[in-house]
Design a protein around this ligand. Structure first.
Ligand SMILES: Nc1nc2c(c(=O)[nH]1)N[C@H]1C(S)=C(S)[C@@H](COP(=O)(O)OP(=O)(O)OC[C@H]3O[C@@H](n4cnc5c(=O)[nH]c(N)nc54)[C@H](O)[C@@H]3O)O[C@H]1N2
Ligand SMILES: Nc1nc2c(c(=O)[nH]1)N[C@H]1C(S)=C(S)[C@@H](COP(=O)(O)OP(=O)(O)OC[C@H]3O[C@@H](n4cnc5c(=O)[nH]c(N)nc54)[C@H](O)[C@@H]3O)O[C@H]1N2
Ligand SMILES: [Mo]
Length: 663
């Protein structure tokens, strides 16, 4: 996710001057006064003091909006206390900016001219105000009325030979209500081509956890952090990406827990932390967080975790009763580890035998153990193996399904988990499709659809001709920018539902549309009055989010309204759904979700409780919901990394003042 520069400038400058690189001593303590001063400058600079502060007071409160910054949960009992970190205000200010991208702006700047600008510059132009169209052969976007825009999309979609020639992407800020309507429309249209940002993010976590423990999500709650004895943070940098998690880690340390960090880098936030909401703390040295830091080689996690497991087995430090009662596949797993050679483990992990022993000894003394992870594990070719090795270690210690213990994949986008729960998935289960069919009286397509990479290939090969994005920045977020650009340019129509201008709007199909929508912080008024939406955080809590700010433009539609009007334009009489009724009052959407998806009983009542409600999670209660009713050990080979002389192994990380493709 590198910031792009105009090619002319790029050619003239060396790499160092291009991105302003400089070296300095690493920072030793995360957050504290400098971070807060920076944040307040940022918010006030964007929006003026009054509106900025008023908006911030609504972040993550029971009657406010869910912070768009990340998916870390809020404390269950006391959501009335403003819980924010330095990133939340930046995300809020990004949306609450006073700058506007108007039809006049598009008249004054051609698409070619805009393409020369950096991602940062594009983002700083402000909020989109008006639906815009780029007609075939045109150099500039021009305004279009909403009805005409929906008619144009309807013509594009209905002219396809098969519904499978369209692709419908989702980013992770879309609410449960919008996402459920969106997948309903897409499936009534006739395809499961629903790629999403999860494909690039925690897909591997879901794929690893589903078959091994029975649910593709984490098993811990926030209060498990208070009860844990050991918390391992592996392949994750909460200081930059989930700052509110540092508060939970700080509490855990004060309760006597040991924190272990496993990372190729010394991530400052993991080593020491000053709490931004505790004044005295800001003046002191900060809490030391990690008591053990293992500087693993890049992609050395499988050998490291196998080493820890081998040590636990050799010292008979496993919970044999738990293993016998609750798991399958142990004998094969044990036999494989006996064969793995210590020399390979130490060399491939980059961690000494002594340090591996130190971690194993720590785990051996405790069973309330939590493993947290994010992109440092999920974005490898062998990502599923990385995560299943964590499950293996936890199963050996009997550490899933009891208080203070379990797996904790830390999600990124604030509703990426909820979007999946309500049906944004290219490989829907038959049970889900059966329920959708029963509720709405139609036959959903059964053939699995395209994920992100399949979608790019299909567009490249001319098998997909219309691209529709509910949020996000597909071009900049996907792996091969040049290939994706060529693929998008080859389509007949690209459509982006967005709050802000980004690079994906500038790489268009034969025709392109930008549809501006309300953001999370803004009031959403429909025929039935003011509405709120709901989201699911990293720990499976569903709660409400109500925007309070005045919308950036009177022409903005909410995402659910856009889907409903689109569905009516595209499907007309073919649809069995009363789209107007669903959108008039989002309670109607929630009732439909309740009837289709297990765990949402009494959705409308429970979502109105200040702390929301937990979705069911068998493994959390010690019930492994796999077909065999057992948790499964899995065997994986050591990934081998052969580097030729002069080759380097590289990794990606997020920089501090970046949110995915937003700089
Ligand atoms: N400020 C900010 N917050 C964000 C985001 C953002 O862009 N900016 N994005 C959001 C999203 S969508 C997501 S998914 C999350 C991402 O949250 P993170 O996953 O924490 O983000 P990354 O910076 O990608 O961190 C990767 C970490 O893994 C380490 N790492 C890399 N390779 C390896 C490896 O082989 N083994 C191990 N053990 N560690 C490795 C890196 O050193 C780094 O600390 O953040 C969310 N929050
Ligand atoms: N090189 C590299 N690429 C990566 C990653 C990486 O670490 N390195 N990480 C991957 C990960 S973990 C993820 S999750 C993906 C993220 O991929 P995406 O979700 O596609 O990208 P974002 O940058 O989060 O999307 C930002 C855009 O979303 C729009 N937006 C913001 N809020 C809203 C809203 O409320 N509604 C609508 N409709 N639009 C809105 C704005 O127009 C903004 O420009 O990127 C992946 N790509
Ligand atoms: Mo992500």
């Amino acid at each position: 996710m590198k910031p792009s520069r105009p090619p002319s400038e790029a050619n003239a400058q060396s790499p160092e001057t291009l991105v302003g690189l400089r070296t300095r001593e690493p920072v030793r303590v995360a957050a504290g006064i400098p971070a807060i001063v920076q944040t307040m400058k940022h918010v006030m600079g964007q929006d003026g003091v009054v509106k900025g502060t008023r908006l911030l007071l609504k972040v993550n409160q029971a009657n406010g909006f869910d912070c768009p910054g990340c998916a870390w949960p809020d404390p269950d009992g006391h959501r009335s206390i403003a819980e924010f970190c330095e990133n939340g205000p930046k995300a809020v200010a990004e949306e609450g900016t006073a700058e506007r991208v108007t039809p006049e702006f598009f008249r004054d700047h051609s698409v070619a001219e805009l393409s020369e600008q950096s991602d940062y510059w594009l983002g700083k132009r402000g909020r989109l105000t008006h639906p815009m169209v780029l007609r075939e052969g045109a150099t500039h976007y021009e305004p279009i009325e909403w009805d005409a825009a929906f008619a144009l999309i309807a013509r594009g979609l209905n002219a396809l030979e098969s519904p499978d020639e369209a692709v419908f992407y989702t980013s992770g800020r879309t609410s449960n209500e919008a996402a459920f309507l969106y997948q309903l429309f897409v499936r009534q249209f006739g395809t499961n081509n629903l790629p999403d940002c999860s494909n690039m993010c925690h897909e591997s976590s879901g794929s690893a956890l589903g078959p091994t423990i029975g649910i593709g999500k984490g098993t811990v709650k926030l209060d498990d952090f208070e009860k844990a004895e050991v918390i391992v943070v592996i392949g994750q940098n909460p200081g930059t990406n989930h700052p509110r998690m540092l508060t939970s880690l700080q509490h855990a340390v004060r309760n006597g827990a040991k924190i272990v960090a496993i990372n190729p880098l010394h991530e400052t936030g993991l080593l020491a932390f000053k709490h931004p909401q505790e004044l005295l703390h800001l003046l002191g040295k900060g809490t030391q967080l990690a008591s053990l830091f293992l500087q693993v080689r890049i992609n050395g996690d499988v050998p490291l975790l196998q080493g820890v497991a081998k040590e636990l087995l050799e010292t008979r430090a496993i919970d044999r009763d738990f293993v016998d009662a609750n798991t399958a596949g142990f004998a094969e797993y044990e036999a494989n580890l006996e064969k793995v050679n210590w020399g390979d483990i130490v060399e491939d992990s980059g961690i000494s035998r002594d340090q591996i022993r130190a971690l194993a000894e720590l785990l051996a003394r405790h069973d309330r153990i939590i493993f947290c992870w994010a992109m440092g594990l999920t974005q490898h070719k062998n990502a599923v193996a990385n995560i299943q090795e964590i499950v293996n270690v936890l199963l050996l210690r009997g550490s899933i399904g009891k208080p203070g213990a379990g797996v904790c994949p830390v999600r990124g986008h604030s509703n990426v988990q909820g979007d999946r729960t309500v049906g944004i998935y290219e490989q829907p289960s038959d049970a889900f499709l059966d329920a959708l069919s029963a509720k709405f009286g139609f036959s959903p397509p059964r053939k699995h659809g395209f994920d992100v990479v399949d979608s790019i290939r299909a567009m490249r090969d001319g098998r997909a001709k219309v691209f529709f994005a509910m949020g996000g920045n597909f071009l900049s977020a996907t792996p091969d920018t040049e290939a994706t650009a060529a693929a998008l340019r080859g389509t007949r129509l690209t459509v982006h539902v967005s709050t802000k201008l980004n690079r994906s709007h500038l790489v268009a199909g034969r025709q392109a549309l930008i549809l501006p929508c309300l953001g999370r912080t803004e009031e959403d008024c429909q025929a039935g009055g003011p509405q709120f939406v709901s989201v699911e955080n990293s720990m499976g809590v569903v709660h409400q989010s109500r925007g309070r700010a005045h919308p950036a433009s009177e022409r903005l539609l909410s995402e659910p309204a856009i889907v409903a009007r689109l569905a009516k334009a595209v499907l007309g009489e073919r649809s069995t759904v009363d789209w107007d009724a669903l959108v008039a009052n989002y309670d109607n959407i929630r009732s439909a979700i309740e009837q289709v998806i297990p765990g949402f009983d009494d959705y409308n009542a429970r979502v109105r409780q200040p702390a929301g409600f937990y979705l069911p999670n068998g493994p959390r209660e010690g019930k492994f919901t796999t077909p065999a009713g057992k948790a499964h050990f899995t065997v994986h080979p050591l990934p081998r990394q052969e580097l030729a002389p002069g080759q380097l192994l590289m990794m990606t990380i997020r920089s501090h003042d970046q949110f995915n493709t937003t700089i």
